[in-house]
Design a protein around this ligand. Structure first.
Ligand code: OGA
Ligand code: MN
Length: 286
């Protein structure tokens, strides 16, 4: 079967017609969602009345193993009680809005940098599933960039130059670029991971750039040249023609392929407006 998908952008991203993902547990439908992910990179499912348990269960049915080694765990236990459920919100354990000087807030603001989820781990994140529970009355959008289209658009010399290169990704690094400070003990636990700069989708054979603000250097290159290459590639890959902007509605579940896209949260007054989403990310294992 094929899913009913309405394109949201000329290059990628689609909205799927009415479907209740809590009820989807047959292999043909799950395979159809994977095929649609391979094609579109980002899929929007509206009106999903997920509980935390429903969201975790769907992610396991769809893609197996879940990512649970989040950088945020270093700052303290999640109020949600399960490290596989990432708290993408600006509230504390009492339900109050995080204060401007709260370390968890500063950490969360790092999501406003272009990134892929869990690229600082090995295995890295594959699919992320973000569910909107409370959305502010002001725009608090998420942008996605198509890393396959960005790869295709590179000059042949650049493609040849970057083939086979590997980058080191670290959450400590991306937060440090925003002035976030880590203790020596925290840094010790955030060593990061090395991944290829170009990835090939095993089902479609399509290449994509694997980039993130977590990428701190190119292995085997001097640091300045590696950082400049990474900056140039991110600048190229996030031009507006490669970007889809999602405006959230309560009940939206957005699934993205971290190996085919980058994303970032857009600014809003988070010390004033409550915004609560939950993310589950699967692991890129065979
Ligand atoms: C995420 C993320 C951005 C946002 O959930 O992984 O980066 O807009 N979110 O909340
Ligand atoms: Mn993210």
């Amino acid at each position: 079967m094929a899913l009913d998908v309405r394109p949201l952008h000329p290059l990628f991203a689609g909205e799927v017609g009415a479907i209740d993902l809590r009820r989807v547990d047959d292999r043909p439908t799950l395979d159809a969602i994977r095929a649609a992910m391979d094609r579109h990179g980002v899929l929007v499912f509206r009106d999903q009345p997920f509980s935390d348990a429903d969201q975790l269960a769907f992610a396991r049915r769809f893609d197996g193993k879940l990512h649970s080694k989040t950088g945020a765990a270093i700052l303290g236990k999640s109020r949600l009680g399960d490290e596989a459920l990432t708290d993408i919100s600006n509230v504390d354990e009492t339900g109050g809005i995080l204060r401007a000087d709260d370390r968890r807030r500063a950490y969360g603001l790092g999501n406003r940098l272009w990134h892929t989820d869990a690229s600082f781990q090995d295995p890295p994140g594959r699919y992320s599933m973000l569910h909107a529970r409370i959305v502010p009355p002001v725009a608090a959008d998420t942008e996605f960039a198509d890393m396959r289209a960005a790869y295709d658009d590179l000059r042949p010399e650049t493609k040849a130059q970057i083939e086979g290169l590997r980058a080191h990704h670290s959450i400590a690094y991306s937060r440090q670029t925003l002035g976030f400070e880590w203790s020596a003990a925290e840094q010790e636990r955030l060593k990061g991971a090395v991944h290829p700069l170009v990835r090939i989708n095993p089902r479609t054979g399509r290449r994509s750039l694997y980039l993130a603000s977590h990428a701190s250097r190119i292995i085997d290159w001097p640091v300045p040249e590696g950082r400049l290459l990474l900056r140039d590639l991110i600048e190229h890959a996030t031009q507006s023609r490669f970007v889809y902007r999602h405006s959230w509605r309560v009940g939206d579940l957005v699934i993205w392929d971290n190996l085919a896209t980058m994303h970032r949260g857009r600014p809003f007054d988070d010390t004033k407006h409550r915004r609560e989403l939950r993310r589950v990310t699967t692991l890129d294992v065979a």
